[in-house]
Design a protein around this ligand. Structure first.
Ligand code: SF4
Length: 73
């Protein structure tokens, strides 16, 4: 199984999830080390580039990601 290319520097884990290791592991397993095409953060990264990804966007918040993408395109 492949890994998301953003995993190393994904600010979501280095910042927002630092005090919630259990939850962070769950997201990593589901998205970063698996279904990253459906990660809300990755969706924006692919379409708009890294600077457009909000720091506090959760991987499972695809609705917000879609709104951000359609507002920008
Ligand atoms: S949260 Fe999303 S963008 Fe960040 S490393 Fe995981 S899959 Fe990649």
């Amino acid at each position: 199984m492949s890994e998301c290319e953003c995993l190393e520097g994904c600010p979501f884990f280095n910042d927002k999830m630092a005090n919630m290791p259990g939850t962070a592991e769950m997201y990593k397993k589901k998205y970063c080390k698996g279904d990253f095409d459906n990660c809300a953060r990755h969706m924006i990264f692919e379409k708009l580039g890294k600077p457009a990804v909000p720091g506090d966007l959760f991987p499972n918040n695809q609705d917000r990601a879609k709104r951000i993408i359609s507002a920008a395109t």
